[in-house]
Design a protein around this ligand. Structure first.
Ligand code: ADP
Length: 489
């Protein structure tokens, strides 16, 4: 099958969160299974260009319709660790993709609406006729709308579209200009069955358009697929998803074990696997050495991720102080687009600078994250909501026990050591449900209690966790089944 992914991110060159890992890992798995996969992305100025191999211009004069005029674009091609990527560069005084950051500008809706039109115009002009166009998140939601409103009428009748929702919190709520900008008829499309936002009749909801117009819609875990239809986690999209439920489902994300695997990981000093778990503790030693933590018989609890409200920032902060109060070690790697949150954690970092049981790294550091997964005993993920979550699955591969709040993909992957209804050899972590400090403290106590008092049982938990296969093998197959299904409809 010939598949084109249209995405705002790909790991590791343009990565803000898990979406980037998913696009890379899924594309790789689909290729391994014999499909041809190409990925279309914006050409941001802030990408990690040193990781793009053989970047070169492949389409010079791409003129993309924009209001009543045209914007000149150039398309580049390059390999990102083997993946075939096209990057669209726009030459307009608006500098759509040269802003020094991926997101966070007042005109993000406009920037990505333009990207959708440019991606389709490129496919059309370059004669690309994929079987499947796979779009990711609100930034690419206008692709199916444009395909079915414009491009199928001028010859692109072959492709079918699948749209994956990675996070319902961000939907792309825009004014009607976002449609007019890309040549769509706002009078026709702004109505309740199509792109009108369910809560603001004057606004366009781009994600809703993607859902309505796609041939199939997925989200990134079965539990989240349920949560977004039935609770406030849908951020107002519940009704639309309910109407379209016959073409909606949840597929758990996978983890790329070429990248996340302690047996081959180049970023950790001592490689290990289920057969030599003891070598994990050499990495613990190295981690402590690097972060200037004291070498003592204490568990290391770590937290890695965006410091977004979604991730339960108040619980992370509490866990840090609670761990120190109880004589455990706590390390954190994360950053927030919100300056106030960053400043707060930087302040805590300064306060605790000389504490030998604690280290906070405020920023993004992929290489350090590998050592933290390998050297820690437990990984804390107290998310208020979590579409899938990759960190708990990565942690398990490294024999690091997840302590999670039971929501979304976390409840599909973590089975509590004490309370799960699964047999002990299938339990792999700790789950709490409340968003209060008490629930969190209880789970932390249960985990550290086992670590201190029943090391053999804790070791068994590690073995269980490492035994899970969270690779792209099954998810890749599921996506292919859906591709086949919509091709044959
Ligand atoms: P989300 O997509 O909500 O950010 P996920 O758990 O799905 O969360 O994916 C997070 C990914 O980003 C993981 O690969 C994690 O290791 C990585 N990550 C998050 N924050 C950082 C950071 N500060 N430094 C390095 N890697 C990070």
């Amino acid at each position: 099958m010939y598949i084109v992914m249209v995405s705002p991110e790909i790991a590791p060159v343009a990565k803000v969160g898990g979406l980037a890992d998913v696009v890379f890992g899924l594309s790789r798995e689909l290729e391994i299974r014999g499909n041809s996969v190409e990925i279309i992305l914006p050409k941001y100025d802030c990408m990690w260009y040193d990781q793009i191999y053989d970047l070169q211009v492949v389409y010079e004069g791409l003129w993309v319709p924009y209001y009543n005029t045209w914007i000149h674009c150039t398309v580049f091609f390059g390999f990102v660790h083997g993946r075939k990527c096209f990057f669209i560069d726009s030459h307009s005084d608006k500098n759509f993709f040269s802003r020094g950051v991926f997101y966070g500008h007042g005109d993000d809706n406009e920037r990505f609406a333009f990207f959708c039109r440019a991606a389709l115009e490129f496919m059309y002009k370059a004669g690309k006729n994929p079987d499947i166009i796979h779009c990711h998140d609100w930034q690419t939601a206008l692709v199916p709308v444009l395909l079915y409103e414009i491009y199928q009428h001028i010859g692109m009748s072959h492709p079918r579209v699948i749209f994956t929702l990675h996070n319902l919190k961000h939907q792309g709520i825009a004014g009607e200009y976002a449609l007019r900008e890309v040549g769509l008829d706002d009078y026709k499309l702004i109505n309740n069955e199509r792109l009108q936002d369910d809560h603001n009749p004057h606004a366009v909801n781009l994600m809703k358009g993607g859902i309505v117009y796609s041939n199939f819609v997925t989200t990134v875990s079965p539990q989240y697929a349920w949560d977004v239809r039935t609770s406030d986690q849908g951020f107002g999209m519940g009704h639309t998803l309910h109407v379209h439920q016959s073409k909606f489902g949840g597929i758990l994300n996978g983890v790329d074990y070429e990248v996340w695997n302690p047996e081959i990981d180049p970023h950790i000093p001592v490689k290990y696997g289920p057969a030599n778990i003891d070598d994990k503790y050499k990495n613990k030693e190295a981690l402590r050495h690097r972060l200037l933590l004291r070498q003592e018989l204490k568990p290391i609890i770590c937290a890695i991720g965006r410091l977004d409200h979604q991730k339960g920032v108040h619980l992370i902060r509490h866990a840090l102080y609670y761990a120190l109060q109880n004589g455990w070690q706590f390390i954190l790697l994360g950053s927030s687009p919100d300056k106030a949150v960053n400043d707060e954690f930087l302040h805590i970092k300064n306060q605790l600078n000389d504490n030998p049981d604690c280290h906070l790294e405020i920023g993004y550091n992929d290489e350090l994250s590998h050592l933290m997964y390998a050297g820690s005993d437990m990984l804390l993920i107290p998310s208020l909501f979590e579409p899938c979550g990759l960190t708990q699955m990565i942690a398990m591969k490294y024999g690091t026990i997840p302590i999670v709040r039971g929501t979304g993909g976390l409840s599909n992957t973590v089975y509590d050591a004490n309370y799960s209804d699964r047999p002990f050899n299938e339990r792999n972590g700790y789950v709490f449900h409340g968003t209060d400090y008490g629930s969190l403290e209880d789970a932390m106590h249960r985990a550290t209690g086992l670590w201190y008092s029943y090391p053999a049982d804790f070791r068994q938990l590690i073995t269980n966790a490492m035994g899970y296969d969270w690779s792209w093998n099954w998810p890749g197959k599921h996506y292919l089944d859906i591709y086949e299904f919509i091709r044959n409809k």
